[in-house]
Design a protein around this ligand. Structure first.
Ligand SMILES: Nc1nc2c(ncn2[C@@H]2O[C@H](COP(=O)(O)OP(=O)(O)OP(=O)(O)O)[C@@H](O)[C@H]2O)c(=O)[nH]1
Ligand SMILES: [Mg+2]
Length: 164
């Protein structure tokens, strides 16, 4: 069976672990338990007639003090950069991570998830910021680990790109 490693990256508390729980176990919890180090999960899905095992590396959030360990990235075929749509500063964390990751991994496929899409009334990312990053080649997807919106679709879309 094809096997591909992907990493979930982003600032603290943006919903990386919740997205994996939603995708792998179809559950959501409001309780915030920060990830220490890395947690690895596996999900088998179909891409066309083939089965593909996605190995999901859910990596602890980072801020200006704690940066992602380069050793966690090794061998990743793609990644998801997660942003909390209610906290614009998490977009800038994602941008700084992206700068470092592209050096480590080269141009592998990735999506940028605008997560917590269910909290529309608190949405705080300026559309102009999104447009300028799209112009720079970022592909955004709106997701909610709480309602499930966009989650399955985005993992599937990434998997399709990795199966080639
Ligand atoms: N409303 C809402 N809350 C969410 C969503 N995703 C995550 N949360 C909440 O946000 C908090 C942080 O979620 P986590 O999944 O632990 O975030 P994380 O990115 O793994 O955090 P670290 O491991 O510390 O980096 C939790 O209280 C979750 O319940 C979402 O889509 N909508
Ligand atoms: Mg986590």
């Amino acid at each position: 069976m094809l096997q591909r490693k992907i990493c979930l990256l982003g600032a603290f508390g943006v919903g990386k672990t919740s997205l994996v729980r939603r995708y792998v176990d179809t559950i959501f919890s409001d309780t915030y338990l920060t990830t220490v180090g890395v947690k690895i999960d596996k999900k088998v899905l179909s891409v066309g007639t083939e089965e593909l095992a996605l190995i999901l590396w859910d990596i602890a959030g980072e801020d200006e003090v704690a940066a992602v360990r380069v050793s966690y990235l090794r061998g990743a075929a793609g990644y998801l950069l997660v942003v909390d749509g209610t906290r614009p500063e998490t977009m800038e964390t994602a941008a700084s991570i992206q700068g470092r990751i592209s050096v480590e991994l080269g141009a592998v496929p990735f999506f940028v998830l605008l997560n917590k899409a269910d909290l529309q009334e608190d949405w705080a990312i300026p559309p102009e910021r999104i447009e300028s990053l799209e112009a720079a080649g970022w592909m955004f997807r709106r997701t909610s680990a709480k309602t499930g919106t966009g989650v399955e679709e985005t993992f599937q879309e990434l998997a399709v790109r990795l199966a080639r």
